[in-house]
Design a binder for this molecule. Sequence first.
Ligand SMILES: Cc1cc2nc3c(=O)[nH]c(=O)nc-3n(C[C@H](O)[C@H](O)[C@H](O)COP(=O)(O)O)c2cc1C
Length: 479
Amino acid sequence: MINDLRGLLEALDRKGRLRVVNNADWDLEIGTINELMAEKQGPGLIFDNIKGYPAGFRVATNLLHHEVGQRIAFGFPDDLSRLECVADWKKKWNGFKPVPPVEVQNGPVKENVLTGNDIDIFKIPTPKWHTLDGGRYIGTGVITITRDPDEGWVNFGTYRVMIQDKTTLAFYASPGKHATIMREKYWAMGKPCPVAMCFGQDPLLFALSTMPLPWGISEYDMAGYIKGQGVEVVIDDVTGLPIPATAEIVACGFSPPPEEDSRPEGPFGEWQGYYASGTRNEPVVQIKKLYHRNDPILFGQPPVKPPVNTWFPIPIHSATFLWNELEKAGMMDIRGVYVHGPGDRIIAVVSLKQRYLGHAKQVATLAGAFLQGGACTGRYIITVDEDIDPSNLDEVLWAVTTRCDPEAYIDIVPGFLTSPLDPMINPDKRARKDYTTAKVFINACRPYHWKDKFPPVNTAGPELRRKTLEKWSDLFANV
Ligand SMILES: Cc1cc2nc3c(=O)[nH]c(=O)nc-3n(C[C@H](O)[C@H](O)[C@H](O)COP(=O)(O)O)c2cc1C
């Protein structure tokens, strides 16, 4: 498997999916090129000779907005369907046995180590991505590493990071995120929280950083398990935190209690396609040591307005967890789970074989409760029969429009947690921090009481289709 960002770039290049762009400006030009290319589902981009910066100090973007990059990063073969990728990831996940990181003395990340007055984060050609962004966001494809002060385990999570000045970064981690909980524990003890932020790394580490692993499970241990060998780390002597030995750029330092230092953060072009959370004061990290490789590459994964996906095109970050939670809750005969909409987080579809009266409703209700990990914005839950592929939104809509009488089979339930990034939080609710939303449950399964009398589907049966395709194979060869 790939062990660093450069490995992903090489693999994309081999597939003809990488372009070098010279002489772009960090001020909105890189961001806009990235946006246009992502919308066109075009290749990954590596920006070099950025205006005002020396050659070699690069920015890589649009690597994971497209399925090709995700398949390389996760090792999914091209012939695995999207739903099969979700099922495969779910299986891996369930066999988890921790494989801890391996400490090494040296690694490419230590090629340049800056301290004291030599630290200047503006050395890195950080783009201003979107027109109304409040500043330059170095952390979009970031992993932020923290250690729990009580239990000692190491977490990483992706939380956006805005440059404040040459040694200060503000970071936005929502309530309940693991880094939020950990930093609050340090502050409660009157201590600053040690933090390491990597701005370019092995894509698998980035992917895990964006996923809601349970409290207490280190993303390092999960990465080691998936790779079949421990991730190589060097220990930062200032914070004591393990940092990936092959990372491109790592800023290590401390986050003081917010009453000591916090700075305006935002607005930022967010993943739902708006600047919804505006500007607020957020905690900062004061950088004490800056590591970078020779000719470092900043990895950018800035949000782009949907339907471009800021998370992953194949929703292993949301569907896998939902599917697992439903099965853990004892739900039987779940045939597939998929999540669509912005970020692949908003519309969950569960395909099931109805076994008993109320089965679909029970599954839907649980799915509504569980569809929250990472960003609590899941608003629609659709249940469909087992003949519907939940990853195919056209098929799902066929079921919704032909198997669901809205009067009887749609429920709207208010009061679920959403997120400050939800654009539908009106100003009054936002002022009182009421981040709640209703959820819509659409039962598009054939009505249970008369499902056996439901009109049959008008396609040829599987056997007839197989035989016909076999006999007329020439006709269908290149269709
Ligand atoms: C590109 C990207 C950017 C993200 N930015 C943020 C962010 O700014 N703040 C946040 O709280 N979560 C953000 N997330 C979601 C978290 O990374 C995700 O919830 C993750 O599970 C957090 O890690 P944790 O569970 O260890 O807290 C982002 C996800 C992605 C894919």
